[in-house]
Ligand binder design. Structure first.
Ligand SMILES: *[C@@H]1O[C@H](CO)[C@@H](O)[C@H](O)[C@H]1NC(C)=O
Ligand SMILES: *[C@@H]1O[C@H](CO)[C@@H](O)[C@H](O)[C@H]1NC(C)=O
Ligand SMILES: *[C@@H]1O[C@H](CO)[C@@H](O)[C@H](O)[C@H]1NC(C)=O
Ligand SMILES: *[C@@H]1O[C@H](CO)[C@@H](O)[C@H](O)[C@H]1NC(C)=O
Ligand SMILES: *[C@@H]1O[C@H](CO)[C@@H](O)[C@H](O)[C@H]1NC(C)=O
Ligand SMILES: *[C@@H]1O[C@H](CO)[C@@H](O)[C@H](O)[C@H]1NC(C)=O
Length: 795
């Protein structure tokens, strides 16, 4: 009631900070330090910036140049070699030494060339950082040292090389290269990283003429209009960019060699803050899974891996069943067998080995025996009786036996092959036949959404909003809600959209961000802001007035840890809600992604969620119980602040919400035990779910393991947390996370708070209001009792 002040907050928060005025020049003696709030050196137009960017989920920074006006701040240049440094590193512009990068201990990590008579540095509007001498000539340019990207006005001479990054977040030179050879051909090839040995090219421009070398390529030029072409020695040009595809208008262009080996030209409208996507103009090769044909190297994916092309023509890599990644953080890397096929133990060999059948798959480069007129069974038997054979492939009466390591693996529905892959019985029992691609299916849709950003942007701007919306109001005062002045203020601030306006904003509901049981969320643009539009698909009988009342109640919540409702639409049958857009996706994808997020970020997020929940429980004029707290319902903003989404929705969508007997709301693994008993449901159900979530944040483990991961011990996270806590083995719980273990006191407090929150007896759980000072270490946290005194441990 007393929170009137919140209501007056303007709803559309400006998304981009106004860049400071600059003429692009950087005086000698200037320096920048790698921190989150350092102000970079900006080009006169503000298009490009030079400075440090933090790499997602880590305390690593990269010295780089990026597009500064677009939300994803795509990096286009970084120094080759050691470009990743820790917080507190410094870059200085010095006469004599040029640009010098030093780590926090003062050790020189990288420098441009030594220069004398340096007048100033200049961040040009082309994206080129130039060191200008006192004679006004350029002494050094970032354009002369290639990172993974070429920009308009940049030229590559014969002998020039672009190395890919190693991964999306590791800027060390990776496995792929674009080279303009001395003979005039432009090629893409993979390479051995350690020695630099180049494997056979998988793309060749054919701009070399052996009979008349004046027809051969001389330079690779990206012209100011956005056309990339090879200029030949005789002045002719061979265009790579299809002219007809070039968009007219004001666009940024870049050509980037992705860490996955695909060379892509992208464009992005200038002056459109909200439209965050880079679109693909063209790319090479068309099908990297099949186009890398070399008897050396592993192909597009690692050894023993299988490549499938996704909708954006980029590779997905997957280990076959029974094999696992050698480095679990590198999904594009090599896979290892869980056993070693051996010719020594012949007598017992056969009994221990079986085949898993894979369909539509091939490893074309690993054959050692080719048999004709062979049935499927003969093919299998031959491989089974051959201790050298790792996999047999059968296709139309032919059989190929293949040896380890398997290379260039790929899958495509049009292949009619059957593959029989050996595995050791007992250790695993893969489902057979096994159809690729499987485990990465979810990722596949994600990649399609963010396809144009893949391989280029450090911040993959994917949002999956509100998978299931099951919150509801515990609406004590509903009947008596009067039309007070505070309601009025909100009703004026909450924007009412027509359906037509939302069709326009979302481009006809084209860009889907996520799907839930109550509606689909689409990306949209309003004026210059990106928004998330949720189209509700099931409606209560409730009339228009009811809908508006509930929407206004949601809109009346204003807290920095809640996703803000901006507006709604109630046209005819259509009911839509418009929310602020969260650029960093869900907590689920952040926590359980490829990289373990830093402890600092995780603890910040845990505290943020507690604050948001405490607000819903204690500070709203109408108390709100969320009922479905889980990592999919927590979104992350540009600065990785946690924002709770999907509260107060079920009330809108389901009739007859009598609360006690309508069945369980929530998601397996996060549901408080009282839902199963005939006891009242209170805010304590959220405290319980928060406890589970907190333990997930601490350990980066999922509360419910997917079926068949084989990790029986860790199957129930809450049990594991209690066991580890009781036995004083928190290092097991956090999987030796050194950052967390360095902060042991806080780690222990977080686990203890988690255990208090998941007490089976709701009256033992702390309120969210109390959880905050507990996490902050302001009040003492007593030793928690065993959370499940009444439960029979589930087998
Ligand atoms: C840029 O502005 C600074 C002062 O703000 C001035 O000293 C410098 O000469 C200017 N540089 C150029 C290239 O105009
Ligand atoms: C900046 O780029 C423009 C356009 O390419 C060029 O004319 C100008 O000389 C560059 N400035 C410096 C200082 O290199
Ligand atoms: C990047 O990858 C290299 C090679 O695997 C590794 O040595 C390095 O530590 C990685 N850097 C970061 C910051 O992860
Ligand atoms: C090579 O090509 C150039 C231009 O296409 C032509 O002028 C020249 O006569 C050719 N030289 C020979 C030896 O064919
Ligand atoms: C975003 O930009 C792309 C490419 O410029 C364009 O096709 C699309 O219509 C834009 N979407 C919106 C919602 O403006
Ligand atoms: C499958 O192979 C066919 C024929 O080579 C090709 O045209 C198609 O693009 C491939 N599809 C995928 C998804 O790799």
């Amino acid at each position: 009631m007393a929170r009137v002040l919140y209501f007056i907050i303007v709803i559309f928060v400006p998304f981009s900070v106004v860049a400071q005025q600059t003429n692009g020049s950087v005086p000698v003696g200037s320096s920048l330090t790698a921190t989150d709030n350092a102000v970079p050196w900006i080009s006169p137009s503000g298009d490009f910036a030079f400075g440090f960017q933090r790499i997602r989920g880590k305390d690593n920074y990269v010295l780089s140049i990026w597009y500064d006006k677009i939300p994803e701040k795509t990096i286009i240049w970084y120094p080759q070699g050691n470009s990743m440094v820790s917080r507190g590193s410094k870059v200085e512009l010095l006469d004599g030494s040029g640009l010098v990068l030093t780590d926090p201990q003062g050790t020189r990590v990288w420098s441009s060339i030594s220069v004398s008579n340096l007048a100033y540095g200049f961040m040009n509007d082309t994206g080129n950082f130039v060191l200008v001498g006192s004679d006004s000539h350029s002494i050094w340019e970032s354009f002369d040292s290639f990172a993974d990207t070429m920009l308009p006005t940049q030229v590559m001479a014969r002998g020039g090389v672009i190395n890919s990054k190693l991964s999306d977040t590791n800027f060390t030179g990776g496995r792929f290269q674009l080279r303009l050879l001395q003979d005039g051909n432009l090629v893409l090839n993979s390479r051995d990283i350690a020695s630099g040995y180049t494997y056979k090219a998988y793309y060749i421009s054919n701009t070399f003429d052996a009979s008349n070398s004046t027809n051969s390529g001389d330079q690779l030029i990206f012209d100011a209009t956005g056309i990339l072409y090879i200029l030949k020695r005789n002045g002719e040009r061979s265009d790579l960019t299809p002219r007809e595809a070039l968009p007219s208008g004001d666009y940024y262009h870049r050509a980037t060699l992705g860490f996955d080996g695909v060379f892509t030209q992208y464009y992005h409208p200038k002056n459109s803050d909200g439209n965050t996507s880079w679109s693909i103009l063209w790319l090479e090769p068309e099908n990297i899974c099949q186009d890398i044909i070399s008897d050396e190297g592993s192909g597009a994916c690692g050894f023993n891996s299988v490549c499938s092309l996704n909708g954006a023509r980029r590779p997905n890599c997957e280990c076959p069943p029974g094999l696992s990644l050698i480095d679990s953080r590198d999904p594009y890397g090599d896979c290892k067998l869980n056993f070693t096929p051996s010719c020594e133990e012949e007598p017992t060999y056969r009994a221990e080995i079986d085949f898993v059948e894979l369909t539509s798959i091939d490893w074309p480069q690993s054959d050692y025996v080719h048999m004709e007129s062979t049935s499927v069974d003969e093919c299998k038997d031959s491989c089974m009786n051959d201790c050298l054979c790792a996999v047999a492939i059968h296709d139309r009466n032919q059989c190929w036996k293949k040896k380890l390591p398997l290379s260039n693996g790929w899958t495509n529905e049009s292949l009619n092959t059957k593959a029989f892959l050996k595995f050791q019985k007992g250790k695993i029992t893969p489902r057979s036949p096994y159809v690729f691609p499987r485990s990465r299916n979810d990722r596949k849709t994600l990649i399609t959404i963010g396809s144009s950003l893949l391989g280029s942007s450090v911040f993959i701007n994917i949002v999956l909003i509100g998978v299931i919306c099951l919150g509801f109001f515990l609406n004590h005062q509903k009947k008596g809600r009067s039309f007070n002045p505070a309601d009025n203020v909100v009703q004026n601030n909450l924007i009412h959209f027509t359906y037509h306006e939302l069709v326009q904003a979302t481009n006809g509901f084209k860009d889907e961000l996520g799907k839930g049981s109550f509606g689909i969320v689409y990306k949209g643009v309003m004026r210059t802001n990106t928004v998330a539009v949720k189209k509700l698909n099931r409606l209560a009988e409730d009339g228009d007035k009811e809908f508006k009342t509930e929407v206004n109640a949601i809109a009346r919540t204003h807290h920095k840890n809640l996703v803000q409702l901006l507006g709604y639409c109630a046209d005819g049958e259509q009911r839509l809600l418009v929310y602020e857009y969260m650029s960093n996706g869900t907590l689920a994808s952040f926590l359980f992604g490829d990289e373990r997020p830093s402890w600092e970020q995780r603890s910040h997020i845990a505290l943020g969620i507690a604050k948001g929940l405490s607000y819903l429980h204690e500070e709203c004029s109408t108390q709100i119980i969320h009922c479905d707290i889980k990592p999919q319902n927590v979104l992350l903003d540009d600065f990785y602040n946690a924002k709770i989404s999907d509260f107060g929705l079920a009330k809108l969508l389901l009739t007859n919400q009598s609360r006690t007997s309508t069945g369980i709301r929530g998601t397996k693994g996060y549901v408080a035990p009282e839902w199963f008993r005939n006891t009242p449901v209170t805010t304590m159900v959220d405290v319980y779910s928060y406890g589970v979530l907190l333990l997930e944040i601490v350990s980066c483990r999922k509360s419910v393991k997917e079926f068949g991961t084989g990790d029986e011990y860790g199957e129930i996270l809450t049990d594991l947390a209690w066991d580890c806590y009781q036995e004083g083995r928190l290092e097991v719980f956090v999987e030796n996370d050194l950052e967390a273990l360095d902060d042991y006191k806080k780690l222990r407090i977080f686990v203890m708070v988690g255990l208090w929150c998941i007490q089976e007896n709701p009256s033992l759980r702390p309120t969210m209001k109390k959880v905050i000072p507990m996490l902050d270490g302001v009040i003492e946290v007593p030793e928690p009792p065993c959370p499940f005194p009444f439960s029979v441990t589930s087998g």
